[in-house]
Design a protein around this ligand. Structure first.
Ligand code: MNH
Length: 147
């Protein structure tokens, strides 16, 4: 699908700085949607002011973006990537689907600022995330998780 390529065009700066950009994504997600921080037991008690320099937040942010990079590069053939991700997020981490919509808008903004994601790229990223989220949701339903 053309949307995957339209986002991959802007992925270079993200890939070059997974730790810092990943940290920004999570720090901003937790700032704009404080309830999302409560879904991460390992980040309990970290204040907004300490997040930018927190190595554990950077490491997890990098993990998320690396996986998203795998999804982008699979260009829609991502069933084998999405399935284990849906399994862990439904049964272990208990992350309702709406949270993926929240992080989508954060990634759009951070990529706009840090990777120059333009209007067409923003639309493409929203489309790609829409496909990813729909596939996560289909897996959630199979698992009986009402996320
Ligand atoms: Mn998420 C762990 C990818 C969105 C909450 N997430 C992981 C792992 C990957 C990952 C990879 C580590 C392997 C695993 O447990 O499956 N997560 C993603 C991607 C997106 C994402 C690609 C969207 C893009 N995750 C979210 C959102 C939330 C969330 C949104 C909640 C607001 N994720 C978690 C939690 C863990 C996790 C909680 C477990 C963290 C830990 O304790 O190590």
């Amino acid at each position: 699908m053309a949307d995957f390529d339209a986002v991959l065009k802007f992925w270079g700066p993200v890939e070059a700085d997974y730790d810092n950009i990943g940290n920004m994504v999570l720090t901003r997600l937790f700032a704009e949607h404080p309830d999302t921080q409560k879904l991460f037991p390992k980040f309990a008690g970290i204040g907004q002011g300490d997040m930018a320099g927190n190595a554990a937040i950077s490491a997890h942010g990098a993990t998320v973006l690396k996986k998203l990079g795998e999804v982008l590069k699979a260009k829609g053939n991502h069933a084998s990537i999405v399935k284990p991700l849906a399994n862990s997020h439904a049964t272990k981490h208990k992350i309702a689907i709406n949270n993926f919509k929240l992080i989508t808008e954060i990634i759009v903004k951070v990529m706009q600022e840090k990777a120059g994601l333009d209007a067409a790229g923003q639309t493409a990223l929203r489309n790609v995330m829409g496909v990813f989220i729909a596939d996560m949701d289909a897996n959630y339903k199979e698992l009986g998780f009402s996320g």
